[in-house]
Design a protein around this ligand. Structure first.
Ligand code: PEP
Length: 255
C-alpha cells in the first residue's frame, strides 16, 4: 500500500477574533512542538487572522491554509483574496468547495474548478471538499454524487506530484451534527474517490493523493477513521477549536 503522509487539518470557520486566534495558535504551538512521523498538521483560520496566526506558528510544525480564495489575480473584486495574497501571508493550502460555501454562497462546481486551477498554478494546495446531503444519502446515490463533484471540480487540473491536491470527503449530514459517518461509510466513499482520481490523473499520482474524511471527526474516532486504507486524515471543524482536542487527534492519528 502506498505510504501517504496523513493530514490532520483544522477548519476554524468563522470563529476567533485576532486575540482569540493568537491564544489558540499559541496553545497549538505549545501542544504540538513536534508531530508524529507520518502525520502533517494544517490549520485554516479566517482570512482576517491568517497573518497573525502565521507569526505565532511559524516555529511549530504546523502548516497554514486559508478557507477561501478567488481565482482572479487582482482588481475590483471586493471582499476577495487572490492566491498570491494568501501565499504572501504564509499560506500553503486553501480549502475550497466546502458545503457551507456551496450552500450559503451558491458556489458551483465550476467555481471550484477555477479556484483549484488558480491555486495549483500559484503553487498552493487546494483542499477540495465534496460530500452529499442527507437527502442524497437516503436516496442511495451518494457515491455517484460525490464522484461527479470530484470530476467537475478537479477537471483538467495539471498536477505532476500527488501532494499538489488534497480531497476531503465531508458528508453534509455529519458536519457539526455530532453524527459521524462510520469508518466503513468513510472508506466506501473515499475509496470511490480514489478510483475516480485514478481515472483522472493515473494510478501513480492518485495513489499518493491524500483523501481526508470530515464531519464530526474527534479524538474518539480519528484512529478508526485513519485505519481505513483510503482515509488519509481528517478535515476537522469543531474539534479544531480546542487545542487539546486537536493535538490529541494528531497524536492518535500517528499511533
Ligand atoms: C467541517 O465543516 O469541515 C467539519 C468537518 O466540521 P465538524 O468537524 O465540526 O463536523
Amino acid at each position: 500500500m502506498p505510504n501517504r503522509t496523513l493530514l490532520i487539518a483544522g477548519n476554524w470557520k468563522m470563529n476567533n477574533d485576532v486575540a482569540e486566534a493568537v491564544k489558540l495558535a499559541d496553545e497549538l504551538a505549545q501542544a504540538l512542538p513536534e508531530v508524529p512521523a507520518g502525520v502533517e498538521v494544517l490549520v485554516c483560520p479566517p482570512t482576517i487572522d491568517i497573518t497573525t496566526v502565521h507569526d505565532r506558528i511559524q516555529a511549530a510544525p504546523i502548516a497554514l491554509g486559508a478557507q477561501n480564495v478567488y481565482w482572479e489575480a487582482k482588481g475590483a473584486f471586493t471582499g476577495e483574496s487572490s492566491c498570491d495574497m494568501l501565499k504572501s501571508a504564509g499560506c500553503t493550502y486553501c480549502i475550497i468547495g466546502h458545503s457551507e460555501r456551496r450552500d450559503y454562497f451558491h458556489e458551483t462546481d465550476e467555481d471550484q474548478n477555477k479556484k483549484a486551477k488558480a491555486l495549483v498554478a500559484a503553487g498552493l494546495v487546494p483542499v477540495f471538499c465534496c460530500g452529499e446531503s442527507l437527502e442524497v444519502r437516503e436516496a442511495g446515490t451518494y457515491v455517484e454524487h460525490v464522484v461527479n463533484q470530484v470530476k467537475a471540480g478537479l477537471a483538467g487540473l495539471e498536477i505532476t506530484c500527488p501532494k499538489q491536491v488534497v480531497v476531503a470527503y465531508e458528508p453534509i449530514w455529519a458536519i457539526g451534527t455530532g453524527k459521524t459517518a462510520t469508518a466503513e461509510d468513510a472508506q466506501e466513499v473515499c475509496g470511490a474517490i480514489r478510483e475516480t482520481l485514478k481515472e483522472m490523473f493515473g494510478e501513480e499520482l492518485a495513489d499518493g493523493i491524500r483523501v481526508l474524511y470530515g464531519g464530526s471527526a474527534k479524538p474518539g474516532n480519528i484512529a478508526e477513521l485513519v485505519a481505513k486504507p483510503d482515509v488519509d486524515g481528517a478535515l476537522v471543524g469543531g474539534a479544531s477549536l480546542k487545542a487539546a482536542d486537536f493535538a490529541s487527534m494528531v497524536v492518535k492519528a500517528g499511533e
